[in-house]
Design a protein around this ligand. Structure first.
Ligand code: GTR
Length: 332
């Protein structure tokens, strides 16, 4: 008997609802054109979605319509962990995820989410756009994923229901949702909170029903997910600047002709400045909208939070590779 768990039913259900433009076969691509499928959990209009759409437009133009990219937003193809697996095995052609769900699979990606490692967005851009970004990107290849681009994700901060958390002591006893990554669970523990790993799509109702007391994210996500309706205190801890990754299935990539692979890489690269412009505007818009919606924005004692993070570095930055990545990121 096959036991179908709810999440599995979710994936299969989602896939069944999707037009059968794939499986992607190279010679068919040449003959009649192919539609590649991209997944994202965010709603239409979110900067990551618009980045991939922009890339798709370039690809379509540059292949005279032979290759198109169709975007499935709003978790139509599942949560990030699901779409990552589907992408690794070539069922989905692209997925745009945060670095966190990759942490347990590709250890080098841990470096990008470590607390207070990136000083700010320009520092993150400098690192991700240079040789370190390339090096981490190369590491995903052995797990079936071609890293095509890094997109912005701002800084992550806490939002909570009962009260603000200016000082880490105020997190004590609170259940905080984290992304499904051991590093993120350890980080919440280091801050003194009870970590509750959950898929993104479950966070709104978990907040509403009190399964968790809070979560953490950047302002655009806090706004578009409408989490601000159920957790009114946003405390600016800015504890991580983990960027987003746009990854293509290696199986799908390998089926492309060399010239088309190059078109894919170049179009993804050109989508980055477009995405970043939209991101900057979205941060301002989200901030204004959540405040208008009743959110209290509070400044955190960031130094007090930073002081607690050493155990996370001790636990996760152990091997020579991660040590060297962290050193080089600090020095950049
Ligand atoms: C968002 C990010 C998503 C996902 C989400 C989460 O900021 O864009 O990819 O990681 O956070 O917390 O699950």
């Amino acid at each position: 008997m096959t036991i179908v768990t709810p999440s599995r039913r979710g994936i299969l259900g989602a896939l069944a609802a999707v037009p059968l433009a794939t499986p992607f076969v190279a010679n068919r691509a040449a003959a009649q054109g192919v539609t590649l499928r991209a997944a994202d959990i965010h709603p239409d209009g979110y900067p990551t979605i618009e980045g991939v759409k922009f890339m798709g437009k370039l690809v379509e133009e540059r292949t005279s319509g032979r290759i198109r990219i169709q975007m499935f937003h709003s978790r139509q193809l599942g949560e990030e962990k699901d779409t990552l697996e589907q992408t690794r095995f070539g069922v989905i052609d692209f997925t745009r995820v945060n670095t966190a769900p990759l942490n347990n699979l590709v250890p080098a990606t841990i470096a990008m989410g470590l607390p207070f490692l990136f000083r700010d967005t320009p520092h993150m851009h400098k690192v991700m756009d240079g040789p370190i970004g390339e090096e981490i990107g190369r590491d995903t290849t052995s797990y079936g994923l071609i890293t095509l681009a890094y997109y912005d994700s701002g800084a992550r901060s806490f939002y909570t229901k009962p009260h603000a958390v200016q000082e880490p002591a105020q997190l004590k006893g609170l259940k905080i949702r984290v992304q499904q990554s051991d590093m993120w669970v350890a980080l919440m523990r280091a801050f003194g909170a009870n970590a509750t790993p959950l898929p993104f799509g479950e966070v709104y109702s978990a907040l509403q029903t009190g399964v968790v007391d809070g979560a953490e994210n950047n302002e655009p996500t806090y706004f578009t997910s409408r989490h601000f309706e159920v957790a009114k205190f946003y405390t600016r801890t800015e504890h991580s600047n983990s960027p987003e990754i746009l990854a293509m299935s290696k199986r799908s990539f390998d089926k492309l002709a060399k010239a088309d692979q190059e078109i894919m890489r170049q179009a993804a690269k050109e989508s980055v400045p477009h995405m970043r412009r939209l991101w900057a505007a979205m941060e301002d818009e989200a901030r204004a909208k959540v405040v208008a919606g009743g959110t209290q924005m509070v400044q955190a004692d960031k130094a007090a939070y930073a002081k607690l993070t050493q155990p996370v570095y001790d636990q996760f930055v152990k091997d020579a590779k991660l040590k060297s990545l962290v050193e080089r990121i600090r020095a950049a």
